[in-house]
Design a protein around this ligand. Sequence first.
Ligand SMILES: Cc1cc2nc3c(=O)[nH]c(=O)nc-3n(C[C@H](O)[C@H](O)[C@H](O)COP(=O)(O)O)c2cc1C
Length: 259
Amino acid sequence: MKDVDFYYFSGTGNTYLVVKKMCETFQKCGIEANMFKIEDSNPEDIDLEHTIGLGFPIAELSTYEFVWDFIKALPEADQTKIFMVDTLAGISGGIVGPVRKIIKEKGYEPIGACEIVMPPNVFFIQDKEDNEKKIKKGLKKAKKYAKALINGKAKWKKDPGLYKAIYYTSMIGLKITETHLSQKMVHLTPDKEKCNKCRTCIELCPINNIEMKEGEYPENLMHCQYCLRCVSFCPKKAIPAKFNYKNKTYHAVKAKELL
Ligand SMILES: Cc1cc2nc3c(=O)[nH]c(=O)nc-3n(C[C@H](O)[C@H](O)[C@H](O)COP(=O)(O)O)c2cc1C
């Protein structure tokens, strides 16, 4: 396998850990592997002479709109090898087939797709012990998948027709998320009593949706895609985890790993 350029997004660290484990495995096997954050990358700049990796979390059965934008904006290729990995709490369906279709149409050669269960970062946050067990199992699968890619044994299966329905359901969900009403309903904005204006949320937001005017508190600009970075990493827990049972939050790594 040629050198790997791995483009990834991670909201709360699960995908980051999986991508890092895969890159370490490539490197141990003598394959150069570089990690690039999707939010800082221009798809037009990718090196088509390298093998391309895509890594991201599942959101609403597929993935975040800005990740879709990146995938859809990949340049046309002449059989550049490409693989994907996603992390999820348990259910997806609207991703493996649809991404395959896009990259095939662009002229890439899909060499593998793998979905890896990691701890949930939303709704029911599990206790530390359960999270650690899931991470251990997930990283084992990541290592095995990286080796399968190297040995040419990985597969990128076509989804059966039903999965198209899941994809379109997911797209509707993502569009609803974007609406003003849903942004207002789940307005992730800091509690002024707790916020110390440290700017962590602003620096972490992958789509620059948080702004802080001189002397004021951070403000959510209503384009949130709910990756939960700001909620999960706020050192003062000032942004309420409105999605999560008992307001518990989750993150797999320290904020600095994602900056
Ligand atoms: C808004 C949102 C939607 C999610 N939707 C799904 C889903 O449809 N299916 C699923 O299995 N997990 C879902 N998850 C859980 C994440 O995919 C999972 O915890 C993932 O490993 C997080 O990766 P990250 O830490 O790299 O962001 C969702 C999480 C969020 C924040």
